[in-house]
Ligand binder design. Structure first.
Ligand code: HEM
Length: 422
């Protein structure tokens, strides 16, 4: 069984490009080898076949999880995500976990968080003056938002300690040298090694989280999401273990903050270079606000791929693929195919008002049973931040557009969405 074509350069080189210039790499291999294309990076141990045609993407999202488990593609996250993490589970266990985690992010309950998010966004943006790195500010804001949503009325001091511990843990990972990090991340070479420092940071974070959970159990606050998670019962009527709760919270904290921060940083990176779009946002038209959110997620998706590991040979888009390879819907390529999107590379929110409101190739949240569990929340958060941003005077710190680079699981603007406010 032959694999689809792809670059012959060594894996180390492909990994470098994948990390440092992800957009250019994906676009180059697509232009050179077409669809599908096979890449080899240290991101996964197996070669990865990328698909971007909507029919193939639908097949990838529709794969039976028993044959193509998505959880296996995120195995490298296990040391932080934990064994009960939704990201690592498949089949029935995954669906059960998903039902639970999605409950709080739907309908009324989710809408009830909008005023809180609006208030935090207003407060953050009103402090902007002079040079601002949007990514840094958005990481702080989205972490603050998700912590407050999860822990409700927890005391300031508790939240601050937890926030610092998460930031420290993520900072250790972000500081790993790019390619070397991918290799070292799997090797424990003692407490001073990158992996050792990471392990210590996670232990510190866990200790704080368990302390906070114990205190939450004792108090009367029944409105926070953590209270809702504590009320879960399995088939035998047993509540979740502390470790299980911890893993759920980590999935929401990490899943819910880095990708939103990256998307918002891109929103600022695009907005400051499109003053006409920024000005129209200030007119307060909800349909236009939605269009801007959708267009940011299309033109700069925070996650570039939705991967699944094949345990058995399958056929996708008429191609036989062997067991033991990764197949991925390539979100980045699918949303900038010239044959599906007029002016694919342009940031043009009007496309959503003038053209069809739905395009099956708009897949920033992945798809199938693994589609992002926090999508409605993420969009509400983006809307509230952009509403607050509409009132600001902003300009780019440098005229040229920022290229994409990888930061852990997401792609971010290489200078963090650097801008001048005021
Ligand atoms: C704009 C921001 C966001 C983007 C672009 C995004 C994107 C994604 C993508 C691409 C996936 C993988 C889908 C697949 O494999 O098919 C995913 C999964 C997930 N996301 Fe998001 N996400 C965002 C925000 C959030 C937020 C705010 C939360 C929670 C509060 C969240 C929670 C999750 C969870 C729990 C999963 C795993 C779902 C599963 O495995 O069943 N995400 N997200």
């Amino acid at each position: 069984m032959s694999m689809p074509p792809g670059p012959r350069s060594p894996s180390v080189w492909q990994t470098l490009e994948w990390m440092a210039r992800p957009a250019a790499f994906l676009e180059r291999v697509h232009a050179r080898f077409g669809d599908p294309v096979t890449i080899r990076t240290y991101w996964t141990e197996e070669p990865m076949v990328l698909f971007s045609h909507p029919d193939a993407v639908r097949e990838v999202f529709g794969l039976d999880p028993a044959i193509a488990p998505a959880g296996r593609s995120w195995e490298f996250l296990r040391p932080f995500a934990g064994p009960h993490s939704i990201l690592l589970l498949d089949g029935e266990d995954h669906l059960r976990e998903r039902r639970m985690l999605q409950r709080p992010f739907h309908g009324e309950r989710m809408r009830a968080f909008a005023p809180l998010v609006a208030e935090l966004a207003e407060r953050e943006l009103s402090s902007w003056e002079g040079r601002v790195v949007a990514l840094e500010r958005m990481r702080a804001l989205t972490l603050e938002v998700i912590l407050r949503v999860l822990f409700g009325a927890a005391e300031e001091v508790e939240l601050r300690r937890l926030r610092d511990a998460i930031e420290d843990t993520l900072a250790v990972v972000r500081s790993f040298p790019q390619v070397l990090g991918m290799v070292l991340v799997r090797r424990d070479l003692g407490p001073r090694s990158p992996w050792g420092r990471f392990r210590v940071a996670v232990e510190r974070f866990d200790a704080l989280l368990y302390e906070l959970l114990a205190r939450r159990r004792a108090d009367e606050d029944r409105d926070s999401l953590v209270a809702l998670l504590m009320e879960q019962r399995d088939e035998q009527g047993k509540p979740p273990s502390e470790q299980h709760l911890r893993d759920q919270l980590v999935a929401l904290l990490v899943g819910g903050h880095d990708s939103s921060a990256a998307s918002l940083a891109w929103a600022f990176e695009r907005l400051v270079r499109h003053p006409r779009v920024h000005a129209r946002l200030a007119e307060n038209d909800p349909a236009y606000l939605d269009a801007v959110v959708k267009e940011v997620l299309r033109v700069r998706p925070a996650l570039t791929i939705a991967p699944r590991l094949l345990l058995e040979p399958v056929q996708i888009a008429g191609r036989d693929l062997p067991a033991g390879v990764q197949v991925a819907a390539c979100l980045w390529l699918a949303m900038r195919r010239e044959d599906l999107w007029p002016r694919a590379g342009a940031f043009w929110p009007e496309r959503w008002l003038e053209g069809p409101a739905f395009n099956p190739s708009w897949i920033p949240y992945g798809g199938g049973v693994r589609r992002c569990a926090g999508a409605p929340f993420a969009e509400m958060e983006m809307r509230e931040v952009l509403r607050a941003a509409a009132k600001l005077k902003l300009r780019p710190a440098r005229p040229e557009s920022e290229r994409a680079k990888r930061s852990m699981l997401v792609v971010v603007p290489e200078r963090g969405g650097e801008l001048i406010a005021g």
